[in-house]
Design a protein around this ligand. Structure first.
Ligand code: DAH
Length: 346
């Protein structure tokens, strides 16, 4: 190519590139233009590479011109790129605008499980009546769960169908009642005693609306001098009044528990119909609430407490039962489903 032709070619390239840049409307388009002129395989790059083949006289003139064209195109490229980036940013800001009036995502606050709420309420009430909280292990031995509670080896509750045995030892089991804590406390401490013990208990039972193999109880134990059944009645009547927020009639039906003598089942007047009969109480007007009785002297003797000097009463309440009554829940399984639609109601 002659010098003239080369010059014309360079001029043409310059015009072509500037025209293309004037039309470019995206940063991709600008990049494409840069590649086709200044890239490794670009048209201008090719000419600059070819400079070495020119004669000494031709080289400076063409070289100067080629570099000037390169500079000009580079300058225009950068300007166009900047303008386009700015426009693109403007556009993005336009449609990514934040509407501060939209409701936020929000974070849900958790809250206390209904069973824990009732447990806390029971603790609160009993604490106000002078009872302190004591705890015992959930993995127990036959001794604490049965023997020390005067439950002989042939008692149906000791049948493996009711109790979960573990393989941790020949007599190791999951406690089936919180009464175990009575023994643990009396072994360690001297009377007078006034404790309650909330916690999990386990029974090998078929699951249905009223039964679940895991549930919760609160045990109560009072040991003092000259304790009477009348004091047991007074304490439980007051407990029920505080629990339901109003005084309810109660009746103590004779019952049997191996570790109390006499033993009773406490029924309370149904707080929903006040005794006239409704669905919750099955038209009976009464609700079975808990088991109780005077601590059997045999149990006291077992832990070395002199029953001539000391006597006491005990009671055991099912927490699920209380929660079902207080909240009007008709199926125990709801407590263990972790379903927020249920839990959020309480
Ligand atoms: N432990 C008994 C049960 O699980 C409930 C019970 C009854 C506890 C009478 C007591 C009591 O302390 O005196 O069925």
């Amino acid at each position: 190519m002659s010098v003239c032709e080369l010059k014309e070619k360079l001029k043409a390239l310059e015009k072509e590139a500037l025209d293309a840049l004037a039309l470019a409307d995206s940063s991709e388009a600008v990049e494409q233009i840069r590649l086709s002129y200044l890239g490794a395989k670009g048209a201008l790059t090719a000419i600059l590479r070819g400079l070495s083949q020119l004669s000494k006289e031709q080289r400076p003139e063409i070289g100067q011109l080629a570099n000037a064209v390169k500079e000009l195109i580079t300058l225009e490229l950068n300007k166009t790129k900047e303008t386009i980036l700015y426009k693109e940013l403007e556009k993005r800001l336009g449609h990514e605008k934040i509407d501060v009036t939209l409701p936020g995502t929000g974070h849900k606050l958790g809250h206390i499980h209904p069973l824990t709420q009732i447990t806390d309420l029971v603790i609160h009430i009993c604490y106000g009546m002078g009872f302190e909280v004591a705890e015992g292990p959930e993995i127990e031995t036959e001794y604490y769960n049965f023997d020390a509670l005067n439950t002989p080896a042939d008692h149906p509750a000791r049948d493996e169908q009711d109790t979960f045995y573990t393989n941790l030892g020949p007599t190791s089991l999951l406690r089936s009642q919180t009464s175990t804590v009575q023994i643990r406390v009396m072994e360690k401490r001297k009377p007078p005693l006034r404790i309650i013990s909330p916690g999990r208990v386990y029974r090998n039972e078929e699951i249905n609306a009223r039964k679940y193999p895991l549930f919760h109880q609160v045990e109560g134990l009072l040991i003092d001098r000259h304790v009477t059944f009348g004091q047991l009645k007074g304490t439980l009547n007051e407990f029920i009044r505080r629990l339901f927020g109003k005084p309810l009639k109660t009746r103590f039906r004779p019952d049997f528990f191996p570790f109390t003598e006499p033993s009773a089942e406490l029924d309370a007047q149904c707080p929903f119909c006040m005794g006239s009969g409704c669905r919750t109480c099955g038209q009976r007007g009464w609700l079975e609430l808990l088991g109780c009785g005077m601590v059997d002297p045999f149990v006291l003797a077992g832990v070395g407490i002199d029953s001539d000097e000391w006597s006491g009463f005990a009671f055991g309440v099912g927490i699920e039962r209380l929660a079902m009554l207080k909240f009007g829940i008709n199926d125990i399984r709801y407590f263990f489903m972790s379903d927020l639609r249920f839990l959020e109601q309480f």
